[in-house]
Ligand binder design. Sequence first.
Ligand code: URA
Length: 288
Amino acid sequence: MSSGLEAIANELRRLQHDGVDRIFVEDGTMQLIVPPAQDPNLSEQDKDGPGPNLKFTTESVATPKATPLPEPPKIIRPEGDAASQLAWLKDRVLACEVCKDHLSDDGKIVFGTGSAQADIFFCGEAPDADEEREGKAFIGKPGQLLTKITKAMGLSSENVYTTNILKWRPEHDKPYGNRPPTLDEMRFCLPYLKDQLKTIQPKVIVALGNTTVSGLLGHDPARKMGAIRGTWDQFENIPLMISFHPAYLLRNGTLKTKRMVWEDMLQVMEKCSLEISDQKRGFFLPKS
Ligand code: URA
């Protein structure tokens, strides 16, 4: 490997260690670093690529729509109970012209699912292709893992609420991969998320992954996922647990990373006064 590529690979390893599971690479840059004979989209394990233990899986490099987003919407909620307010907000979001404008042909806006009384509010960054097709949050592979995690916590998807900051799937001009949402995109949809929180009033928000944390707390280049994962912050005066995105676990599902996420969930369960058996406390510990 050339020293330039070696340096890039080292930086990617450092980011991966910090919990970053995707980076956004422009087409032009990709052409410079991937040898032309190789199809970058199939190069899971390329010969001249970044070396062992680092997969060069390229995700979409589509750029967001050039038209700037308008000011974020202002939400004035009607009176009513949580369920009717949530239903009202869902109609409001499904009618959002800006959201609709960003959908692909058969795509649907993804509002969120779960109980209006949920104590635990899982928040991701943006829908993937599966979610956009069905109009439901977290139903693809990462979502299935999240369902497993909630089941292991003794909960079902009816006891939790699951949504994303962005209510549409970031545009995409390739038949594969995902583009992380931009800060501007997340900023536009934030009032919708805030209103979901005001209505549901969960005891805990779980922020899944680095992009979600930036969308909620603002971008901070000095913030390292490896350092903040498993710690509490606050969003809208609600305790916020920062954890890895399930997509990160799918790619880096070692006993160690599984235990890290499980320890985050144990903290969430404690905060919500959920019963924790000794068996549950010991999940994903190395066998002695
Ligand atoms: N699916 C979602 O709904 N959200 C994510 O953040 C990732 C996958």
